[in-house]
Design a protein around this ligand. Structure first.
Ligand code: ATP
Length: 225
């Protein structure tokens, strides 16, 4: 069953479903902040955290097994009953394309539901390279959350993808310049990640010794200093 953690609530045609896809390797406070901001501002009934098997754009990169990534999501969202983990992308072969994910979620939640695909500002820059972007904006409203250091050229994207502007909702949200990449590096360096991830996630990372050997070859001289 794709929707989890909302025990006793069968999948139904809820009105407004936020969808936050990502690798979540690991989930961090930046993800949680944009999910909550979108939920409240758009009055979403649910926000689904949808971990990918392996991003189509990160195929050469080692991805932590899905069981760990899912467990960290469950720990991070515990206590927010409107947040849920969806394994929809893990139940089919990789790579997981957003358009397929949205189709499956639309089937699951019913034609009467409205999907809101939430993403950080960095992610929309690559939208044109995604599979069937025209279908993506037909299936879901795109919700763009501002992210430090990223300023996509919406006009250029609209010229390439007519209809984008009508689909797009741009929200200001508290900007946290935390990223999974940086967190993996920090763990490998022995630097703190506390307050960048929920404590439960930090403890999980430590207990399971995740990211200790992460990419140490690519750490710069500065980072070693
Ligand atoms: P990585 O560093 O491994 O690329 P990430 O931190 O960008 O990971 P993802 O799991 O790839 O995390 O991101 C899922 C979604 O969350 C994307 O739409 C991304 O833009 C968004 N996102 C991640 N971190 C932030 C942040 N700090 N602020 C706003 N949006 C974010």
């Amino acid at each position: 069953m794709a929707l989890e953690r909302v025990s006793g609530v069968a999948a139904r045609a809820a009105t407004a479903i936020g969808v936050l896809g990502g690798t979540f390797d690991p989930i961090h406070n930046g993800h949680l902040v944009i999910a909550e901001e979108a939920r409240v501002r758009l009055q979403l009934d649910r926000v689904l955290f949808v971990p990918a098997q392996a991003s189509p754009f990160k195929q050469n990169q080692h991805t932590t097994p899905a069981t760990h990534r899912c467990r960290m999501i469950e720990l991070a969202i515990a206590g927010n009953p409107t947040f849920a983990l969806s394994r929809v992308d893990l139940q089919r072969p990789a790579p997981s394309y957003t358009v397929d994910t949205l189709r499956l979620l639309k089937q699951e939640w019913g034609e009467g539901s409205q999907l809101y695909f939430i993403m950080g500002q960095d992610a929309i820059a690559g939208l044109l390279a995604w599979r069937d972007p025209a279908e993506i904006i037909r299936l879901a409203r795109l919700v763009l959350m501002r992210r430090p250091g990223h300023a996509p050229d919406i006009q250029h994207l609209e010229a390439q993808l007519p209809g984008l502007r009508e689909s797009l909702i741009i929200l200001d949200s508290p900007e946290l310049s935390v990223s999974s990449t940086e967190l993996r590096r920090r763990v490998a360096m022995g630097w703190p990640i506390r307050y960048q991830v929920p404590d439960s996630v930090m403890h999980y990372i430590m207990a399971h010794q995740l990211y200790r050997d992460y990419d140490s070859a690519s750490l710069t001289a500065d980072q070693h200093a």
